[in-house]
Design a protein around this ligand. Structure first.
Ligand code: IVH
Length: 677
């Protein structure tokens, strides 16, 4: 073989490798449907890299190897947008949206329902991508709308942005517009890396995306896993603009440009509002943050007829969710004592509305967290409250720190009972050493845990009532609940005979329980719901558990030495044994044979649930799997027996396919549950 043919065959191989890598990259990053395992991709990639080192003359700008970033820039160049990048008007209420639809109808002089394209409002940064003859030549930020910054080197590192469009006949010039964002999982990984390296964490995925995109050193951007979704178009030359917005997005998809799958074409205001509600229920399970949805009149002709008002189009509106983050002031930081004595620093805040509720307290988790985030009394802070999650302080705003901001000092004595606070050397959590008997806070916490929905489920015994019962010395241990009488209860504040009777009825009902619930209700440290279930299944009866020795407890699946010690310590404490006796004497019981009668045909099988199932809620699916002896875990590994995937299944599904783990839909799961194969 002479040198020339060597070069030729290498050139053909390079061509082939690029096509292969582009095809797999597109499947992975754009379609979210991986076609080969990561390791195989890496092998092909390395081969291409080596061939390109051998033949530097064959390197092209659109080669998949050219996504790793290059030498740092001195500064970003300015880019003038051909067509300005506008903003969009916001609506918050149903009325706002109906008014928008009415204005559109009037503007178009149309009586029937207008057709709209609905999509998500991504919480990232707007970007303009310029393709000339199908090749990505420039990427610019929105900037002030007319002038942005040239971030081409950084944008080239984003795999969901094609370096070359997938078409034989690309437009002469095409400006693709969309959002650069960071997925929640990538954000969590990035912050973990920052923490490990002792670097500052990012407050949220949006800030992380912005920080990553505004790096002068694109090699850093290359390590940041940014994503892109297209949602609009600027300049277009040498191709026909599709008739509708939805067709534009379909076209993008054909060209290999990532568009979000969560989109719909609807009619009229009712259609818009239904889309909003649908997305709202699924928001938390999306892989990325959104701050609302966007409605656009679908027909391009109608868009043009409606035109613009000042800086925003008349044909589009963003329907925003109530903000999940807000900025407020830390008035004070003090501590709360939990049921296990855990001392949690809590920031007392100037009232602020977050996610539609007024927040005045936010958790700071533990002492190290306060130090790490460097939150001080007097600081302006970003507070987050997502879904039902308890509000937390995300970060302070450095520019607004007052000179007299005060550091938080961890108290040395429990603010409730005065006992010493102890923080074991290797633990993050400090605890009140007073224990259940001395510390009313622990008592209240333990009692509230006992009555909680997933434990004994005693309705009507809320925080205020338990507080009064403890403060008046009427209840010390859970067994005391069952000694309460109608008169005592009805004499309490905010209680009447009717509500007192309801509590008594709920107490009676709660006496018929299940073994897992009972074990969980005891509040043994490290024994959560899932361990309680495993223990119940393993031992079958409470008596068997109570006589088990360390070795026998360690034989239980997922129980390690720390958990085993905690269980033994609890069950060997005479006070706890007495409590269990008293509860049984009060009539608390469960059907012990029920535990054994359960089907066990999924014993030893591990399931991972991902996405939204059509009918079953996540905890319903979990309960069914567990009732059949299976286990539900959070992450996919080679040991996973099945992945149950619903709509919007993301990386877990990809992982399952990569590892060859069987994937079930809801129907297949139900079949498996019914037919012990
Ligand atoms: S369309 C002419 N669609 O929201 C309309 N914008 O306030 C131009 N955004 O700067 C914007 N998701 O960063 C549009 N599906 C979406 C969007 C979206 C997020 C952002 C974008 C823009 C801002 C407009």
């Amino acid at each position: 073989m002479n040198a020339a043919t060597g070069h030729e065959s290498d050139s053909a191989r390079i061509q082939w490798l690029r096509e292969e890598l582009n095809r797999h990259g597109h499947a992975y990053y754009v379609l979210d449907q991986p076609t080969i395992p990561d390791a195989e991709y890496d092998t092909l990639f390395t081969e291409l890299q080596q061939l390109e080192i051998k033949h530097p003359d064959l390197i092209t700008a659109d080669s998949p190897t050219q996504r790793v970033g290059g030498a740092p820039l001195p500064e970003f160049a300015q880019v003038q947008h051909d067509v300005p990048m506008l903003s969009i008007n916001n609506g918050f209420s149903e009325d706002d949206i109906r008014a928008f639809d009415r204005r559109v109808g009037e503007g178009l002089d149309q009586s029937g329902d207008v057709e709209y394209a609905c999509e998500l409002k991504f919480d990232g940064l707007a970007i303009n991508l310029r393709y000339i003859d199908g090749v990505l030549v420039q990427a610019a930020t929105r900037g002030d709308g007319s002038t942005g910054e040239d971030v081409t080197a950084n944008i080239r590192t984003i795999h969901s942005i094609p370096l070359r469009l997938r078409t034989e006949h690309p437009p002469k010039i095409m400006d693709v517009r969309g959002e650069v964002l960071m997925f929640k999982a990538d954000f969590a990984r990035l912050n973990q890396r920052q923490r490990d390296a002792g670097l500052k964490e990012f407050a949220n995925p949006r800030n992380a995306a912005a920080g990553s995109l505004r790096q002068l050193d694109s090699r850093i951007t290359a390590q940041r896993s940014l994503r892109f979704f297209a949602y609009g178009i600027g300049h277009l030359d040498g191709a026909e603009l599709p008739d509708t917005h939805s067709a534009l997005l379909d076209w993008y998809s054909e060209l290999g440009i990532a568009v979000c799958a969560e989109r719909a074409v609807v009619r009229g205001a009712d259609g818009l509002l239904k889309f909003f509600t649908d997305i709202g229920t699924r928001r938390a399970s999306l892989a990325y943050d959104i701050d609302g949805v966007v409605y656009k009149v679908n027909r391009v002709q109608q868009q043009q007829a409606l035109g613009f008002v000042s800086r925003a189009p008349r044909f589009a509106v963003a329907h925003k969710f109530p903000a999940e983050e807000a900025t407020t002031t830390v008035l004070d930081i003090n501590v709360q004592v939990g049921r296990t004595g855990a001392i949690t620093p809590v920031a007392r805040l100037a009232p602020v509305s977050v996610g539609g509720v007024t927040v005045t307290n936010a958790t700071l988790h533990n002492e190290d967290e306060v130090r790490r985030k460097d939150i001080r009394i007097g600081d302006s802070v970003i507070v987050r409250r997502a879904g039902d999650v308890i509000p937390e302080v995300v970060a302070f705003v450095p520019e607004r720190r007052p000179p007299d901001a005060r550091e938080f000092l961890m108290p040395t004595a429990c603010p409730v009972c005065g006992s010493v606070i102890i923080r074991p050397e290797d633990e993050a959590v400090a605890r009140c050493s007073g224990g259940w008997l001395k510390c009313a806070a622990q008592r209240k916490g333990g009692l509230l845990h006992f009555v909680s929905r997933r434990a004994m489920d005693i309705e009507g015994l809320g925080e205020q009532l338990v507080e009064q019962l403890v403060d008046r010395g009427l209840v010390t241990t859970p067994a005391d609940f069952y000694k309460l009488g109608l008169i005592t209860l009805s004499e309490l504040e905010r209680m009447a005979e009717k509500s007192a009777q309801n509590v008594l009825d709920a107490l009676t009902v709660s006496k018929s329980t299940t073994l897992p619930r009972f074990i969980y209700a005891l509040g043994i440290r490290h024994v959560g719901e899932s361990t309680a279930k495993t223990l119940a299944r393993h031992f079958g009866t409470l008596d068997a558990l109570m006589v088990a020795n360390e070795e026998e407890i360690l034989a239980v699946e997922d129980v390690g030495p720390v958990v085993a010690q905690s269980i033994l310590g609890f069950l060997h404490d005479p006070l706890n044994r007495e409590l269990i006796e008293q509860l049984r004497a009060a009539g608390v019981h469960w059907d012990e044979s029920a535990v054994e009668r359960q089907s066990h045909h999924l014993n030893g099988k591990t399931f991972v649930l991902t996405g939204t199932l059509p009918n079953l809620k996540r905890d319903e699916a979990q309960a069914l799997i567990e009732a059949a002896g299976g286990k539900v875990s959070g992450s996919v590994s080679k040991k996973t027996s099945y992945v149950v995937a619903g709509e919007e299944a993301g990386s877990k599904l990809a992982k399952a396919e990569e590892l060859g783990v069987p994937v079930l839909d809801e129907e297949a799961l139900l079949q498996l549950l019914e037919n012990p194969a």
